[in-house]
Design a protein around this ligand. Structure first.
Ligand SMILES: [Zn+2]
Length: 45
């Protein structure tokens, strides 16, 4: 899972098949790697 540095949206990119890494939402080319461990679900009570 990747995250766009510009719009901050999550981007799914398969590096094996994708030749160009680009954000499908805004077209930005800098995308940051995100790990699933960082994303935590908080249950609001
Ligand atoms: Zn973007």
């Amino acid at each position: 899972m990747y995250k766009c540095m510009k719009c901050g949206k999550e981007v799914e990119i398969d590096l094996k098949t994708a030749k160009k890494i680009i954000c499908p939402h805004c077209g930005y080319r800098i995308i940051m790697k995100t790990r699933p461990k960082i994303i935590k679900k908080v249950i609001a009570r």
